[in-house]
Ligand binder design. Structure first.
Ligand code: PFF
Length: 452
């Protein structure tokens, strides 16, 4: 992502699909369904969608426009517009560095499942004890994690900009079709309707500040917001491509896949585990425990399973590539080192941090930081603390330093800005106030000072 030879996306579809390639990943297929299951189903979905069309839309427009306006990635973009805000670029850049290692641990789990399905072990994966048994081992999960991270590093090393666009163009539509197919199957299983109801009908008695916090953290994560990624992608975007409609399409893609993933998984939890709070609250293991059961019950399920885990793996790879690319390019620029050395450094640091996350499910299960195991801790720090901070300052920066008009002018280079009033209101008032409230309550909650 060198500024002198910014390659640029070929057109609107290329841009939208590549940005969607970064956005759509494990966040949608693995993380969204387990959060939705845990935080009340329909109410979480409703809050998420409301946040997506207000906060998500506003922040994504702002980030992409910042990138396109300056032609620079996060650190350079903030700095070039106001020197005092350079810190924001650095803070944003820290987030992918924290996410990449544990993202790769989960990517490793997906790789292992793909391997099992290909090697004829699909039936084994459908057993209740399989997942827990696998992740609590020492050697195997670490091996799959290193494979996933190694492949990511290799692709990043070879330079990936053109590749990302090509892969995404092909992969995204296939992912949509396959997700629809599995979701329809899941919904049609006997006993699934209770799950569909739980997932779609909001139960307002389940609403709490935690729901909003979880939904907001998920929104940033899923749409790759508040970490400089969309600024970088925006810097590759052509001036004549419509920014507003591109953002709408990326959001639709991202939310659509997340919605379908919930529809694949949550009704299946009701079918196979009776939809008890315990089964719904399973957290990170939900996808790995529930989906193999769905595949086992399907005619030809092994083949669908292979295809599914392959697509999840590719979706995870396009996301992990964008995470690593961001960190590597920043190191190259800042330390004035070559791409190879920078890749090696990022790889080694990620191995070390990823080891903590992986072994945190096994031999180091007793080690806890503020009551959380390593993987959950990294997830908490990035999603519930750093991302809201970056999002808050981005709002202040756009709302009061460069002013919303600067962004609106950029958007209007490629057509009318239809939701300008919404954008201005959210970025100046609604978003900063809500983010602060939510951030404070989440941190107090984590330290057990104040229970929401
Ligand atoms: N948005 C990705 C997902 O939902 O899986 C995760 C992600 C990718 C976050 C790239 C951040 C990022 F820079």
């Amino acid at each position: 992502m060198n500024n002198e030879k910014r390659s640029g996306f070929t057109g609107k579809i290329g841009f939208v699909l590549a940005a969607a390639g970064s956005a759509v990943g494990l966040g949608n297929i693995w993380r969204f369904p387990y959060l939705a299951a845990k935080y009340g189903g329909g109410i979480f979905l409703l809050v998420y969608i409301l946040l997506a069309v207000t906060f998500g839309f506003t922040l994504m427009i702002a980030e992409i426009a910042l990138g396109r306006k300056t032609g620079l990635s996060a650190i350079g973009a903030f700095k070039s517009l106001n020197k005092k805000y350079s810190f924001l670029g650095y803070l944003a850049a820290l987030i992918p560095a924290i996410i990449l290692p544990y993202y790769s641990v989960i990517g490793g789990w997906v790789t292992k499942y793909l391997y099992e399905f290909i090697a004829g072990g699909a039936g084994e994966t459908a057993k209740d004890a399989f997942f827990g048994g696998f992740i609590s081992q020492t050697g195997e999960p670490v091996m799959w994690f290193m494979i996933f991270l190694g492949v990511t590093a290799l692709i990043v090393l070879c330079g990936v900009e053109k590749g990302i666009e090509k892969v995404s163009k092909f992969m995204m539509p296939v992912l949509v079709v396959l997700s629809m197919f599995i979701a329809i199957y899941s919904v049609c299983m006997p006993g699934a309707m209770a799950g569909v109801k739980y997932y779609i009908m909001p139960d307002f008695s389940k609403f709490s500040a935690t729901t909003v916090l979880a939904a907001m953290g998920q929104l940033f994560y899923s749409m790759s917001l508040a970490m400089g990624i969309m600024i970088t992608y925006g810097s590759y975007m052509k001036k004549e491509v419509s920014l507003e409609s591109s953002v709408t399409q990326i959001e639709l893609f991202d939310t659509g896949i997340a919605f379908l993933a919930g529809l694949m998984i949550i009704p299946a939890v009701f079918v196979f585990s009776g939809g008890t709070p315990e089964a719904l609250g399973k957290g990170p293991s939900l996808m790995f425990v529930t989906l193999p059961k769905v595949f086992e019950s399907m005619a030809g399920g092994t083949y669908i399973g292979i295809l599914f885990f392959l697509l999840v793996l590719l979706a995870a790879l396009t996301s992990s590539i964008s995470l690593m690319e961001t960190v590597v390019s920043i190191l190259c620029d800042k330390l004035k080192i070559g791409r190879k050395l920078s890749c090696l450094i990022v790889f080694l640091i990620s191995v070390a941090l990823g080891l903590l996350s992986s072994l945190g499910y096994g031999i180091w299960a007793e080690v806890k930081i503020i009551g959380l195991q390593f993987l959950d801790f990294f997830d908490f720090i990035s999603n519930s603390v750093l991302m809201p901070i970056v999002a808050f300052f981005t709002c202040i920066f756009v709302g009061y330093v460069i002013k919303p008009k600067a962004i609106a002018d950029e958007v209007e280079l490629s057509g009318k800005f239809k939701r300008k009033a919404l954008f201005t209101f959210v970025i100046k008032y609604l978003a900063p106030v809500c983010i602060v409230l939510i951030l404070v309550s989440s941190v107090l909650d984590a330290f057990g000072i104040f229970k929401i």
